[in-house]
Design a protein around this ligand. Sequence first.
Ligand code: ADP
Ligand code: MG
Length: 229
Amino acid sequence: MLSLKSVEYSVGEFKLKADFKIPRLSKVALIGPSGAGKSTLLSLISGFLKPNSGSIIIDNEDVTTKLSNQRRVTTIFQDGNLFPHLTVKKNISLGLRPDLRLNSAQQSVLDYAIDRVGLTDLVDRKPGSLSGGQQSRVSLARALVRDCPLLLLDEPFSALGPSLKSDMIELIDQIANEKKLTVLFVTHDPEDAKKICDLSVVVGNGCVSSPTLTTELFENPPKILSDYL
Ligand code: ADP
Ligand code: MG
């Protein structure tokens, strides 16, 4: 599904090398200390950053030179990236069309996503009047309507309390199964990783490890991981 071949990226003093493959429909945790390059790695995959060398293959297509909007990838960020002046419905519609002019098929996709994340009664509210958990659902719905097979999660729920976070991870898991998504999930919390990710990748010391079984990784963590766990 996703393959990074001899990818190298550097900015200032920071260098990152990545060479790994992720199977279709897997859910993979990306774990590593702060500043290790997890967000950088996601940006290379989504096309917000360009590698200095190497190639990135998504769904058998070499996307290395493609712009982010030409890649079938969607990212949910920590802050959710919601527009405060737009309603919930408009924030979600932006995932379909930047000018918000939806045709009837897109309207159905929108209605389905709103219903699926449980926001039907809140569509006319502005993000500022929602709880953190509800805001996360808006970000998730906006990602869903884009219908991309690869979903990248950059610590999107780290501001939520444990129980809400757990609910959101459960919802992601269900939706990923229903929509046959492949998921890369950056998290600091081993419990998050264990909950839905069979595989984990460790980012540290400028390198990205090959995916390993999450349970085995935490039973016998490498030093870079045990240092911060
Ligand atoms: P993580 O998400 O794992 O916390 P990031 O991918 O955000 O880490 O950052 C990786 C490294 O890249 C950090 O050490 C950061 O200081 C460095 N970095 C990011 N942007 C720049 C920049 N514009 N100039 C120099 N260093 C940068
Ligand atoms: Mg980060």
